[in-house]
Write a protein that binds this ligand. Sequence first.
Ligand code: GLA
Length: 737
Amino acid sequence: MAIFYNEETKTFYLEGKGISYVFGINETNFPEHYYFGTRIGRDELRYTTEHNIGDSADTALPGQIHAGGKSYNLYRSEFSFYGNGELRECSFSMLFGSGSRINDFNYETHEILPEKPALSGMPSMRGGETLKLTLKDKNSEMRVHLFYTVYDDAAVVARRMEVENRTAESVKILRAYSFALDVYGNDHDLLTLENAWGRENRPERTHLPHGTLMIDEKSGSSTRHHAPAFALLDRDTTEERGNALGVSLIYSTSFVLKAQVSTKGYTRLTGGINDFDFCWVLDAGETFATPEAVLAFSDEGIGGMSREFHDAYRNHLINPRYVKKPRPIVINSWEAVYFDPSPARLMPIIDAVKGTGIDTFVLDDGWFGARRNDRAGLGDWVVSKDVYPEGLAPIIDHAHKAGMKFGIWFEPEMVNPDSDLFRAHPDWAISVPGVEPCVARRQLVLDITRADVRDYIVEAVSKILRENEIDYVKWDFNRALTENFSRALPAEREQELHHRYALGFYDICERLVNGFPHIFFEGCAGGGGRFDPAVLYYFPQIWASDDTDAYMRTQIQHGTSIFYPLSAISCHTSICPNHQTNRTLPFKTRADIAHLGATGYELDTTKITSEEIGEVKTQVADYKEMQDLVLEGDLYRLENTFESNYFAQMIVSKDKSRAHITVMRALCRPNDEHKRIFPRGLDKNAIYEVVNEEYELKMRLSGAAIMNVGLVINLKTLDQKMPGDFKTFIFKLVKIA
Ligand code: GLA
């Protein structure tokens, strides 16, 4: 039992791994938050409410003259609604047919469910004991159901909401966030991830002033400008120490997350579906469900919070079929040949890496319809006779003969205006009749809120998958939604478009992922433009960035790992000078950095030397040796290139018997200061053998010595071998006693 209800004090205690989440039904029948943090006992916490500090200038409860400390504007809310004295950011607002926007929701009943009820039509965390709390509007028959789920193997609380219209009329939902939470204190930092093509997931830490800080996405894609996640930190929280409370939304389209510091010394966190340009018509008898938000807490700093998210997503979100399974190690055609993926170009590329251990060849863009460049053909999912006169069979056979599986690229949600699909169905693109649309990357977005469009996509993709021996799909999504308008929706429902788009996307994923259970799917969105937990639910890994420069990757992978496990982050070794930055880095470094995720290669392998082909073989073998750590281990971010000339990440097996440390020195500085790396997460009482093969280093040290004294980066040896920038240094640790 992880959820307890004390009937006498009307208090709920939700207990996950090492955490307590406590709230109660207060004297005015409203659910009020008491505590979320490190596990405590089941003490009576109502003493913390301090309602008496309310003054007569505060709003009162309905029917009362003075606040007397009781007001929706003073309560620490689990849920907050507009119109009845709540003047902070509310998590819900609606419009009745009369024009009234007033709600007054109070506790009605609750259930503790041993099995988490399924969230229909949307991905969510699997399993976990769940509390369903039902609130009733005093003035109407509207109901709100708040769901809370806790887990014994991760310090997270999953939260979502359902709105049920038990009135006799249609109402409009103007705002329906997934959660609201009032945290004690007005002196926090907020950690967010800024996102842009080529430099995804850049962490930013901001001290919160009084007022509201908001990140959002209006693009219809979860991660084009910000990751759908943030973390509230104490001022002195670091990577290793201090309180960190993270929020991550399981949602793939326009979202909002807000942190509001109020004048009463609390910080409100709330968010979910972006209510900018949102209005949902909820007919009588219908229920509207929000996406799920995952709240993680750790007192072991940002790193501790990351490890909780990693465990939660590996144990309860990613498809269990793949979570511990070695991932395909791919050679992808994109940076190798771009829009020239002919068998004549690709077969030698496959041949060059035959026998290296690379086990999957992925045919990227350009194999279908009139897609000889990005101007035409998108949407026409038929094999191009120009490029593949005999169909895909010859290239698939060729890959098979080289011992590789075959993967293929699709961008199913899009259409080029110059395509047979668009010529046949111009109304299938999201656009407003009579309005010139914005044609980003020369393409439009298909209106997958429509069942006929979804059926077309599922059938077109399925046909290719049925008719060819395909084991892997890379699913791309290369532009934002604009001119938001569906020709199939009635006028009053046009502002439902983005949410309906997400539901349409999930429906397509559901049908294809379940329809082809042997196929491994990878997500992608012009790099990492839609890197979110909902995509991760369907596709166990996501391409993190089109920027394959290993130095940039140290930053992108660092930021991405704050909320997502390494196994989710797809990383490729590419050619140098790098196509995005023109930078040249050692081949070993490129592979060592790509190995800190779901690794692969993406380069013209006919253009590298036979020594480098030999290196590929060694690199793949090394990866296979460490892959279980990437899939299941605990990540410790030791240094990062935002703050240091060094990058260092360490992965430790759950039983602490093995660890892998990758260190990169960014710039070589002659006669540099001595450098040590301070590993973490080891068993301090155990003895480890520490090996660095390249520099013939082998020593036996206790976990305590390794973590406290540190490991020396042997700069002399590093530079004697070959001085230069961006050199990596690998330590392998094995517990021997
Ligand atoms: C996007 C992806 C790339 C590649 C191209 C193909 O940019 O991020 O990896 O697939 O599309 O057009």
